[in-house]
Design a protein around this ligand. Structure first.
Ligand code: AMP
Length: 530
């Protein structure tokens, strides 16, 4: 078996690796590093979790060991699709380059230009950036890419998802063609293949096993429920989630709870918090500092439950999670594998629960076809029962309802719980959006977190002309305030700026009365608040 010391890495890099406690190189490291050190281009077909970051950063640090950075001319460039990934790669560089004098800068949205400019002005060896932000700096004349000797494209398939490919092509064309390129992607979509054929020169192609199978160290359980009523399914699932977390008790040292839609991420996190759980959401609409704070808290153990969307969580390196809860069955089967792969890592045991309703049948079949085995059926926690179906009004208060009294605004708990309540009714109405609608929501989620601009696939040209536009949400123009009674017949508001189109379709709210103002929305909200 290859050892790190067998790879011709700089002794300072080997020392830093030894400090991390890694014993042996992972397959992608063992295969990629020798080619990288020979100066070859590398095409790595590998996912997060395979050790791919070290597979490019260790040889980069070794190769950059000689030579000095010149002002505004970074010697190497690492492009990542999201800010979090870029920040994560930067952390990896700090770890592996700690015994060297190499300098690095991180260029990501949400950070003031001034500081970044200063670093670049001084000259950096390694520049880690998201594509949009990098081109912003370039266009402001603050950066020259003609000194780039090594360029890395990380998670190219996500770049494609997010519409960054034209930016990547442009950046490639701004760097010297003599550069060495490391290119990583989990899949080889035709568009990715085209880019690699155009910009890589005789690359060493290294493919590490795709994880379309689930690890033996993960104990899976599918918890199937039939909601007491269709409009209760969201509330019932939250009750099941709480019961499962409680049942796991101390064995659940930390967990990620996955929702399919980012607005549900918020509601589930708030609902858990209101039930005394230590939970926080992470999704693309939260500002950068908030996301970083949440992730740091989750990493250092001060946050117990991370509620996440797939897009926010993909690629994030969060070590040793004891549990994964799929609050929703993912609509893309590969997401199931990615999600549950967050636990049971590095030989540790992990548990993955998936909560499903009869509406998820199709998605479950797709998942089971992909992983080529049934997900073991689990049972509801002992003593837990879903509320019996009953007349709408009474039942809506859920198991903790106050004797089935009609829901009155003044009964509700104030502040935090109300926040949940005010978001919830939409979910109650739109329980199972059609497939196209779900896609639309996902597309929204995949919008670049960079300055909010939207890039389009396959334009062939440069989409960066959108970059300087302020975050424009065409729906803002459409949206109406339903607090304005003259105008409240056809729109739902109170959802923040990122309301998927389908939610904005007309549905009737009950007529307002002077006693029950318009925020007194359908009954599910009270269950949320409980
Ligand atoms: P990556 O695929 O680069 O996101 O890495 C996934 C995780 O594996 C990170 O937590 C790394 O710190 C860890 N890792 C990378 N290389 C090794 C190694 N050779 N042995 C053990 N863990 C590693």
């Amino acid at each position: 078996m290859t050892k790190f010391s067998d790879l011709a890495l700089d002794p300072r890099v080997l020392q830093a690796v030894a400090d991390t406690g890694y014993e042996t190189p992972t397959p992608i490291q063992a295969q990629a590093i020798p080619y990288a050190l020979q100066g070859r281009d590398v095409l790595g077909i590998a996912q997060t979790g395979t050790g791919k970051t070290a597979s490019f950063s260790l040889p980069m640090i070794t190769l950059l060991g000689q030579g000095r950075a010149r002002a505004r001319m970074p010697r190497s460039l690492v492009l990542c699709p999201t800010r979090e990934l870029a920040a994560q790669v930067a952390e990896n560089f700090d770890t592996y380059a700690k015994y060297t004098k190499l300098t690095k800068a991180l260029l990501i949205g949400g950070v003031a230009f001034g500081e970044q400019d200063k670093l670049i002005d001084r000259g950096v060896d390694v520049l880690i950036a998201t594509p949009g932000r990098l081109l912003d700096h370039f266009e402001r004349g603050k950066l020259l890419l003609t000194g780039v000797q090594i360029m890395v494209v990380d998670e190219a398939d996500r770049m494609l998802d997010m519409g960054f490919i034209p930016d990547i092509e442009r950046i490639f064309s701004l760097t010297p063609f003599t550069r060495q390129t490391f290119f990583f992607s989990a899949t080889m979509a035709p568009e990715i293949e085209r880019i690699t054929n155009t910009f890589l020169s005789n690359p060493a192609k290294i493919e590490v096993a795709r994880q379309n199978s689930t690890s033996d160290t993960i104990e899976q359980a599918l918890i199937q429920i039939t909601p007491s009523r269709k409009d209760r399914s969201f509330a019932d699932k939250r009750a099941v989630l709480r019961a499962l977390i409680r049942q796991e008790g101390e064995a659940c040292t930390n967990a990620i709870i996955f929702c399919n839609r980012k607005m549900d991420v918020d509601v589930v996190a708030k609902s858990l918090k209101s039930h005394g759980f230590n939970a926080a959401p992470i999704h693309g609409d939260l500002d950068q500092s908030q996301r970083m704070k949440t992730l740091d808290g989750f990493r250092d153990g001060s946050l117990h439950l991370l509620v996440a969307s797939d897009v926010a969580a993909r690629g994030l390196d969060i070590p040793a999670v004891s549990h994964v809860f799929n609050f929703d069955v993912p609509s893309h089967p590969e997401d199931y594998v990615h999600r549950i792969g967050r636990t049971g890592r590095a030989g540790r045991k992990g548990k993955a629960y998936t909560i499903a309703t009869p509406f998820d049948e199709k998605y479950l079949t797709n998942i089971e076809n992909l992983v080529k085995q049934p997900i073991p059926r689990g049972t509801l926690p002992e003593g837990f029962t879903l509320p019996e179906p009953g007349p709408k009004r009474e039942d809506s208060r859920g198991p903790k309802g106050k004797g089935g009294k009609p829901d009155r605004r003044e009964d509700r708990k104030p502040t935090r719980d109300r926040e949940v309540a005010e978001v919830a009714p939409v979910q109650a109405v739109v329980e199972a959006p059609k497939r196209e609608e779900r896609k639309e929501d996902r597309r929204d989620d995949r919008r670049s977190p960079e300055q909010g601009h939207v890039h389009h696939h396959g334009t062939g040209g440069h989409s960066h002309h959108h970059r300087d536009e302020p975050r424009s949400d065409r729906r803002d123009g459409d949206r109406r305030d339903y607090r304005n009674r003259n105008d409240r017949d056809d729109r739902v508001v109170g959802m923040g700026d990122h309301v998927p189109d389908f939610i904005l379709r007309s549905f009737k709210l009950p007529d307002p009365t002077p006693e029950e103002p318009e925020l007194e929305a359908p009954e599910v909200q009270t269950a949320d608040a409980e």
